[in-house]
Design a protein around this ligand. Structure first.
Ligand code: ATP
Ligand code: ZN
Ligand code: MG
Length: 403
């Protein structure tokens, strides 16, 4: 990594103001969206300077200006938020955390990594993913009488716009393109590919993007289906959602995919109902972690909003404590412990109720909230906790996932 960095041009830049570790992490993650000429921006440990790693040397001045503007808006975020921990689970397995899990799963033939943030899996990985999904669904059915549902993987731009996604995460959207309905254009595309070695993409003018997108957050497709509902108390819905986020160069293993699966719970109704479901979902997270015998913390968090709106939206989120993350430890490439968010519990206030005409019996917009569990991250974390040998796994899990 360092060697590769050394071959690239690096420019040090002062941070407009000192930032903490959390903000530094966000800056590094979002920095892949600053300019095609920038590989990444790394904030120094003291939070006072940053290194801009350039991919090419053209227009360095303009590129650095862009980097400075990006850092300016990102550093406006308040550093030093107190992180509150709501619950903590500790595993019984005393073995060491397993290193290089992604690689180990690929070597065993249980995961195929396509290299673009997509994975195929089978054997114990598939069975574990299914078990995590099933177990969560079972807890939601038991506790909230949430019935299982199904939603499409594509979503239209108007719905995404209504959900506020373009305002919050415009960098992560994937638009679906189709060939124009034109005999000659389609024939040209066919001919170009009929004997070619690699794929030839159609001419830009021959593709139309009409607003169909790949769904970037599991709960969005549920809200249009609730239009016109009037709640006296409330209702819970759960399903396995297919989620797509354009993570650019941040994709890595099962941790940061382009396409992943989320077991979602959506709760909608009165303020009391929604806050009750939210509170009762906290011990369920601990129950799930205990079932798979994993270390886990549930703590306050904020969303990785796009740079220009980050400071304001994060401030609101942190102040209201509306987002909690399920943090589970894994090992990084150097074998150091880091935690990843394996899920989040979110309160949305009456935002979706208002936008999608979901109300209480007094015609006031209903409150909503959701819990999303990132299935592939749970898989990565579970293999990190118990390794590849069946005997370290909890018996009930072992019997289900290993033959
Ligand atoms: P992060 O902070 O890691 O970017 P997030 O806060 O944007 O994630 P949420 O919007 O809360 O994530 O999504 C719900 C869950 O989906 C996350 O807690 C995580 O488990 C999972 N998830 C999010 N992005 C990815 C991804 N790119 N690959 C795999 N799982 C993901
Ligand atoms: Zn959600
Ligand atoms: Mg997060």
């Amino acid at each position: 990594m360092n060697k590769q960095l050394n071959q690239r041009m690096q420019i040090a830049i002062d941070m407009p103001r000192q930032v903490d570790e959390e903000v530094a992490g966000d800056i590094e993650k979002e920095s892949v969206f600053v300019s095609p000429a920038i590989d990444r921006i790394i904030v120094a440990e003291d939070g006072k300077t940053a290194t801009v790693v350039l991919q090419d040397r053209r227009d360095v001045e303009a590129v650095m200006d862009k980097a400075a503007r990006f850092l300016d808006v990102m550093a406006k975020q308040v550093s030093g938020y107190e992180i509150k921990v709501f619950s903590e689970s500790v595993r019984k397995d005393e073995g060491p955390y397993q290193k290089d899990v992604n690689q180990g799963l690929v070597e065993r033939g249980w995961v195929h990594d396509y290299g673009s943030g997509q994975v195929a899996y089978n054997g114990p990985v598939l069975k574990l993913a299914q078990l995590i999904n099933e177990k969560a669904a079972e807890l939601y059915a038991r506790e909230f009488k949430a019935a299982d549902g199904h939603f499409p993987a594509m979503i239209d731009a108007d719905t995404l716009h209504k959900c506020g996604y373009f305002d919050s995460h415009p960098n992560a959207v994937t638009f679906v393109g189709n060939m124009i309905e034109d005999f000659d254009a389609i024939e040209e595309f066919r001919v170009a590919n009929s004997c070619s070695e690699g794929a030839h993409m159609p001419h830009r003018d021959h593709v139309h993007i009409d607003g169909m997108c790949l769904n970037p957050a599991a709960c969005f497709p549920a809200y249009p289906t609730l239009k016109g509902k009037r709640y006296e108390t409330g209702e819970c819905f759960t399903w396995m959602g297919r989620v797509f986020r354009y993570e650019s160069r941040n994709i890595s293993g099962l941790d940061r995919l382009y396409e992943f699966n989320v077991r979602e719970l959506v709760f909608v109704g009165s303020e009391d109902y929604v806050s009750d479901v939210r509170n009762r979902s906290v011990p369920l997270v601990s129950e799930l972690a205990a079932f798979f015998d994993m270390d886990c913390k549930l703590q306050t968090a904020t969303d990785p909003f796009f740079a220009t709106v980050s400071a304001a939206k994060k401030f609101w989120q942190a102040a209201q404590e509306v987002k909690n993350e399920i943090k589970i430890p894994v090992l990084d490439a150097e074998g150091q412990v880091k935690t990843i968010a394996c899920g989040s519990i979110n309160l949305h206030g009456n935002f979706f109720g208002e936008r999608f005409d979901i109300r209480d019996t007094d015609e006031k917009p209903a409150m909503t909230g959701c819990v999303g569990l990132g299935i592939e991250r749970w898989v990565l974390a579970a293999f990190t906790h118990h390794g590849f040998e069946p005997d370290r796994w909890p018996e009930e899990v072992r019997n289900r996932i290993f033959d």
